[in-house]
Design a protein around this ligand. Sequence first.
Ligand code: F6P
Length: 357
Amino acid sequence: MRVGILTSGGDCQGLNAAIRAVGKALYEKFEDDVAIFGIRDGYRGLMEGDYWEMSPRDFSGILTLGGTILGTSRQPFKEIRGPEGSQSEKVEQMKKNYKKLRLDCIVILGGNGTHKTANLLSGEGLNVITLPKTIDNDLWNTEMTFGFSSAVEIASMVIDSIHSTATSHGRVFIVELMGHKVGWLTLHAGIAGGADAILLPEIPYNIDSICRALQQRKRSGKQFSILAVAEGAISDKEAALSKKELKAQRAKMTEPSLSYRLAKEISERTGNEVRVTIPGHFQRGGSPCPYDRVLATRLGTAAAQMIQDRHFGCMMALQNQKIVPVPLGEVAGKLKAVPLDCEMIQSARDIGISFGD
Ligand code: F6P
């Protein structure tokens, strides 16, 4: 059995735990009858034939290690696929190297963009199994991705810490969190960290509603407020624009990010002193939390089982607390946004958290 393994897209906590699980489980199942090839920097390594044959040693001592021992890179799907109808050189290169290595299967660890390419390669006849990783938790058909819980811990810790300085100075703080186009990370961290307002891409905010909520808190004797703001949050005015108009408007924005614009607007309208904190890639760094270590291990060992069963063309997913295979075609290109009728949103509203709507 000859298996390739690669990690693609933004890194996150738990990648090494998953790589370890795949490797260890394959050695347990096939003993000396398996060769595992580590492909460097995601699809770049597959295109360029940059790989090495791994040994059992490579899979030891990495459970708690952040990042990925394989390296990763972003290879936008648009550039991989090439113009519609044409045969992309990059896809041909990947197929060529897969054949050259005489692989029986390739295990791909990635998020949304990665899954589009994985699905394409599967359609081209490669045996592909994927594992869902991302701090955004935005992959369709899985309740959870590894990396997410670790990022929630870090983001919540940031909001926790901001409380003391916000209280001392009686300031409004905006904590801008990652999550790309969805609000899972901000929703979880906002609730866990006790934010007073949570702004998500799924719920366009109204600046006057936010200011009213902040003034209301002040009137009730609370001198400080904390807003957890998703990097993809959007105002109601922006939500009314077309995609093209929004892009043009954001391009004109002079502030480094939405949070700074928001800070200016709040300060002008309410007279409050407003500060912005952006933990950024800190949210993706460091050791995976225990939940992610367990999830990554379960997904990785399930992938090894699929390889033994020769069940390919699927992503291992968490559904109803069980790890199950789902066809790649049902995952690729679909975004799992926070549903508006989500119980968590209602629960947050019930304790007075504003969503700015
Ligand atoms: O997809 C994971 C993620 O961390 C997003 O939350 C964020 O928008 C993006 O990656 C940042 O990308 P990069 O690491 O390329 O700056």
